[in-house]
Design a protein around this ligand. Structure first.
Ligand code: GLU
Length: 288
């Protein structure tokens, strides 16, 4: 079956070589027939800048990619995320958490050896058991809160889950290793985990291609899919592109943004060739 896949950059910086590599891996999956969608993950409004979004279109087109329109921009679909939250709330699978980041850190420090998950220290569950009246009172008083998923309760509802990674095969779902993740905050009406799961479903994505750094996040996405009654797509997590010192490309590598490379006279063909083998890339990086 031809796949439907997507590239989903966040417009919080200019695209660099790592993004180009990820986008090309995604497109490659559609070469035997398939659809390539682009999604703009602009829900984190504090970090989003319109010029970065404009640059995404320009840089990807320069690289020679074409995608279907309209492009899904997360900020235009807040109702979809709200609906998913409502469905979880109706089953008491999410709860308001009033802890500040500082309070969470203090509580973890006090507990001594706190377990760490893929997303950092695991939230100790401070607000999970708050009585309903206290929750209502604090919300009415205007206290800031995040909505967290009660992962143990949610997992008890879904039972054991499996997802499939093209490279690693069947993976047993392990959302518990994340702890009770945040699904929404006042300033971010849907977290990355919630928005991605809802978007992939609504866009009919059958293959999620993305970097290996998001491998563990797929456990949470799988759990949310099961809770929300969504099909689970196939996953392909590609290795991250590293520089000569073994570090990931990041926003600090200005010289390696697509626009800088273009300004430096490099062609899209040169870039594709560069990204085709690790040897080509390291020879180029050494030459800088
Ligand atoms: N927006 C994410 C990023 O730029 C990618 C999300 C995904 O592919 O699931 O890292």
């Amino acid at each position: 079956m031809p796949c439907i896949t997507r590239f989903a950059p966040s417009p919080t910086g200019y695209l660099h070589l790592g993004h180009a590599y990820s986008a090309l891996c995604t497109v490659e999956a559609t070469e035997a027939g398939g659809r390539f969608l682009l999604r703009i993950e602009d829900i984190d409004s504090a970090r989003f800048r319109p010029e970065f979004e404009a640059a995404i279109y320009e840089d990807l087109a320069w690289l020679g990619l074409t995608w279907e329109t309209p492009v899904r921009r997360q900020s235009e679909h807040l109702d979809d995320y709200q609906q998913a939250l409502e469905s979880l709330r109706a089953r008491s699978l999410i709860y308001p958490c009033f802890c500040s980041r500082r309070e969470i850190r203090a509580e973890i420090a006090q507990a001594g050896a706190a377990p760490h998950g893929p997303g950092g220290p695991i939230y100790p569950g401070t607000c999970r058991g708050l009585p309903e009246e206290i929750r209502a009172e604090r919300i009415a008083a205007g206290d800031a809160y995040a909505l967290r998923l009660d992962v143990a309760r949610a997992s008890a509802e879904t039972g054991a889950l499996v997802w499939h990674d093209q490279e690693r095969g069947d993976i047993a779902g392990d959302a518990a290793s994340y702890g009770d993740v945040v699904l929404a905050r006042k300033e971010t009406p849907a977290s990355y985990h919630l928005a991605v799961t809802v978007d992939d479903h609504l866009q009919g994505i059958t293959l999620v291609t993305r970097g290996e750094d998001l491998f563990e996040a797929s456990h949470i996405h799988r759990l949310l899919q099961a809770l929300l009654g969504f099909e689970t797509p196939e996953y392909a997590h590609h290795p991250l592109l590293l520089d000569q010192t073994g570090r990931r490309f990041a926003k600090r590598d200005h010289a390696l943004t697509l626009r800088e490379l273009r300004a430096g006279g490099h062609t899209p063909e040169f870039l594709r060739n560069l990204l085709a083998t690790p040897a080509n890339l390291s020879a180029f990086l050494d030459s800088l």
